[in-house]
Every structure is written in C-alpha cells, then in structure tokens.
Design a protein around this ligand. Structure first.
Ligand SMILES: Cc1cc2nc3c(=O)[nH]c(=O)nc-3n(C[C@H](O)[C@H](O)[C@H](O)COP(=O)(O)O)c2cc1C
Length: 198
C-alpha cells in the first residue's frame, strides 16, 4: 500500500509546502504504509494541449518529464492514495499543480485508474487567511473528477484538509493549529486506506 505525496511548489529547496508534506508522509509511514514524494519543482512539464492521443492508450504526445518520468511512476498498482500539497497562489493552487492535474487526464481516459483511491489536500499560504481553503477546493475538484475518495482531516479538527500558515512569526514549524490539521489528515488518510483494505 503506497501513498504518493505531490508537492506543487516550484521550489527545488526550502519549500514550506515540502516541509509540511514530508511531515505528513512520515506520519503515514508510522501507520505502516509506504510513501513516495514527488516534488513538481524537480520536473519540467507543460499543461495539457488536448491533442486526444491519450484517448487510445496510456501515453501522451508531449515529450517532457511528465510523460517520461511522472506518468510511469503513477501507473504503479501499489498506489492506494494521494496527498496533494500546494502553496497558495492567488487564492488557488500553483500553475504547476494545475498542469499536473490536467495531464493526469490520461489516467481518467484509460480506465479511471485513480478511481476509488483516497485523496487529501494540504495547502500552505503566507497570509493567515490567504485562501488555503479555496486552494484545497481546487485539489478536491480535480480529485472528484478522477472518482477519488476525498478525506478530511479527522477529529478533532475535521474540516477540509491540512491548511498551514508559512507567515507565522516563528516559522511554519510553530503553526500549531495548522500542524494539527496536517497530523489529523495524515492519520485519516492512512486509517481510511487500511480500513477500506484497498
Ligand atoms: C505568485 C504568488 C502568489 C501567492 N499568492 C498567495 C495567496 O494568495 N495567499 C497566500 O496566503 N500566500 C500567497 N503566496 C505566498 C505563498 O503561498 C507562500 O509563500 C508559501 O509558503 C510558498 O510555499 P513554498 O515555500 O512551498 O513554495 C503567493 C506566492 C506567490 C509566489
């Protein structure tokens, strides 16, 4: 049982979203599941161009890192869930994560390969109320269209997922309220995957 964490930050290092995602994946591993983190900042890829090639097979006409590196990685039958993480950009997810979601249409068109997988959203904004929940809804929309099972952060926080504040005066590592949502989301993703025995 593997959970994939996708970091939508374009940064190659010192990503606050990456810090949060790593913590969540560690907690998921503590529950006995394996994890793998994909940092979109390490890859060069564009958005979908709607050429239609993927209607016929699990391929993409664009010769870039999504097709050559990310697509094969996501076609792993051990994957049972995802944790999608993004910095908040203008109240939504980053362009990188949006492009990732659009390119994932190849999995929808080839047997809904992500259907019934568990998915959660994690967002990090510089402002305390900078659109973290709105960005989470961007993630939720894409996951629903893939037929995935959306999970919230579990009790006692239980709302829309993990929403953190990188502008905390003492750094994101001291955003106790945000970290509580993250810890509860990680616990819930692992718990539901195990309960459903996917
Ligand atoms: C283009 C751009 C737009 C941003 N828009 C928002 C925003 O709407 N709300 C917010 O709280 N932070 C916003 N930020 C700040 C980032 O969300 C914040 O710095 C975040 O911690 C960056 O995550 P990273 O370190 O993982 O890249 C924006 C940053 C950039 C570069």
């Amino acid at each position: 049982m593997k959970i994939i964490g996708v970091n939508g930050s374009p940064k190659k290092s010192n990503s606050t979203t990456g810090f949060a995602l790593e913590r969540a994946l560690k907690l998921i591993e503590d529950q006995g599941l394996s994890t793998q983190q994909i940092n979109l900042g390490d890859y060069n890829f564009s958005g979908c161009i709607d050429c239609g090639k993927c209607r016929n097979s699990l391929t993409c006409s664009i010769n870039d890192d999504f097709t050559n590196k990310i697509l094969p990685l996501l076609a792993d039958s051990e994957i049972k869930g995802f944790l999608f993480a993004s910095p908040v950009y203008f109240g939504g997810i980053t362009g990188q994560l949006k492009s990732f979601f659009d390119r994932c249409v190849v999995f929808r068109r080839n047997g809904f390969m992500f259907e019934h997988m568990v998915a959660g959203g994690l967002t990090v904004g510089r402002s305390r109320n900078g659109g973290q929940e709105l960005a989470t809804m961007d993630i939720v929309r894409s996951c629903l269209i893939q037929g995935m099972i959306i999970v919230p952060d579990s009790s006692p926080t239980s709302h829309f997922g993990a929403n953190l504040w990188s502008g905390h005066p003492d750094s994101i590592e001291n955003d106790e309220a945000g970290l509580a949502t993250l810890d509860n989301l990680a616990k819930n993703i692992a718990g539901i995957v195990k309960k459903l025995n996917l």
